[in-house]
Design a protein around this ligand. Structure first.
Ligand code: UD1
Length: 420
């Protein structure tokens, strides 16, 4: 079985460079389909979700060339094809291709997308919005067929904030006829990155980063080169590693401005956080303090993607902490794993109550999704003795090389294959 082995229990010290953002690059790769030509994407993280997205683009007759962290995508020959179901199945972002593909080729047949097992994650908002823009969708048990004779702009008011639905509407609207308005749009920095990429290619999008986004449809987009911003969730993961283990780390290129809620929560737990123009320094020299209440929210609130990492830090804090998960209904799956290490956590629906303890002890743990898996690696880094986190592949969906990053911070860890 693929695993990560860690000998933990020591404070961290060192510096790590933060990779490009997964959640920014995935919709940008879908947006590359809208460009009838070449686009160059720099600082693209080398992670399995990107690999799957590139496979999907290749299956649509795009040509993709990777040179380290630079990607060149040629979409001139884009055509309707069957997408490989294993790639659609593992990654929810495959739904991002829908808006862009309808715009370019007018017809898409795909199975329902997969992704992390952190809740139901339906796509009803995406489909409802596309129907409003002139798409006929035939839903079947395991997938759907969507067709349009031409996308038209429309007014959308989302009943709740959805990052993916906001992105899909933008992708469908950029080349649609007329204007599109999205009210109650997601404000995540990854939406702003997508709009920045598209505007650089000639799109006319206003209001990215606010609750109302306005898209004026244009005839076509042109070739573009774009650098993917740093990953705020990876930066938050390594910030949490320092919260869990103590010590002092520097997060090179960490996007401070996008991390206000995370920095605020970490500061309340006793971390000392400073920034300079290159990144963020995190210092945790005293025992961390409990947080009376941490709620996940859409941006600019505290991100659900860092809930597991903070939950792990709370297991070692002084006192009782409470976490409320408000976005996904099934995101406490690491609790039984942390309990194996001696963590004292009770969970009632969307709320977890954590009684901090002095030490965690190493154990064999099983990751079952991306961010929870990374949090288990943080737990292993902080725990005494040896920890093995099985199912490394979940973590590799979003982290280029978590072991090498943690080694740069002084953690003794590495990848292992363990046979039964
Ligand atoms: C994106 C991020 C993910 C992050 C999440 C919330 C990417 C690739 N993934 O996921 O890392 O955890 O935002 O910040 O960017 N929902 C519906 N119907 C829909 C769409 C969503 O009910 O049609 C619900 C979801 O089940 C969830 C909530 O809305 O409870 C938010 O989901 P959404 O913001 O759409 O998340 P994703 O875009 O999938």
């Amino acid at each position: 079985m693929d695993a990560i082995q860690i000998y933990g229990g020591n404070p961290l010290k060192g510096e790590v460079r933060i990779q490009g953002s997964k959640n920014a690059v995935l919709p940008i790769l879908a947006a590359a389909l809208l460009i009838n030509g070449t686009c160059e994407i720099e600082n693209c993280p080398i992670i399995s979700d990107v690999h799957h997205m590139l496979r999907l683009l290749e299956s649509l007759c795009c040509n993709t060339v990777r040179n380290g962290h630079t990607l060149i995508i040629h979409s001139e020959n884009l055509s309707e094809c069957d997408m490989p179901s294993d790639s659609v199945g593992v990654m929810r972002s495959s739904i991002m291709l829908l808006g862009a593909l309808l715009s370019r080729v007018g017809s898409v047949s795909m199975q329902y997308p997969g992704g992390c097992v952190i809740g139901q994650r339906p796509i009803d908002l995406h489909l409802k919005a596309l129907r409003k823009m002139g798409v006929v969708i035939d839903e079947r048990e395991d997938g759907f067929v969507a067709q349009t004779k031409g996308l038209t702009g429309a007014y959308h008011s989302l009943p709740f904030v959805s990052v993916g639905a906001t992105e899909n509407i933008i992708l469908a609207a950029v080349l649609a006829k007329g204007d599109t308005v999205i009210d109650n749009a997601a404000r995540e920095p990854e939406i702003s990155a997508l709009c920045e990429f598209l505007n650089k290619a000639g799109a006319k999008i206003e209001g990215a980063g606010s609750r109302r986004i306005l898209i004026h449809g244009v005839e076509k987009l042109h070739e573009v080169s774009y650098r993917v911003p740093a990953d705020r969730i990876v930066a938050g993961t390594y910030l949490s590693a320092c919260l869990c283990s103590g010590g002092e780390v520097f997060l090179d290129e960490a996007p401070y401005m996008q991390m206000e809620a995370v920095i605020d929560a970490a500061t309340h737990m006793g971390a000392e956080i400073t920034r300079n123009e290159d990144g963020i320094r995190v210092k945790c020299l005293e025992r961390r303090k409990a947080l009376s209440l941490l709620c996940t929210e859409s941006y600019p609130g505290f991100p659900t993607d860092l809930q597991s990492a903070f939950l792990t830090a709370m297991t070692l804090a002084d006192g009782k902490s409470v976490i409320k998960e408000e976005i996904f209904e099934n995101r406490f799956r690491i609790i039984p794993e942390l309990q194996k290490m001696g963590a004292r956590i009770t969970c009632d629906g969307h709320t977890a109550i954590v009684e901090g303890c002095d030490r965690l002890k190493g154990a064999n743990l099983y990751a079952n999704e991306l961010r929870g898996g990374a949090a288990l690696v943080l737990a292993g880094s902080a725990a005494d003795g040896k920890t093995v986190v099985f199912n490394r592949h979940f973590i590799e969906r979003g982290y280029e090389d978590i072991c090498s990053d943690l080694r740069a911070l002084g953690v003794v860890c590495g990848t292992v294959e363990i046979h039964d």
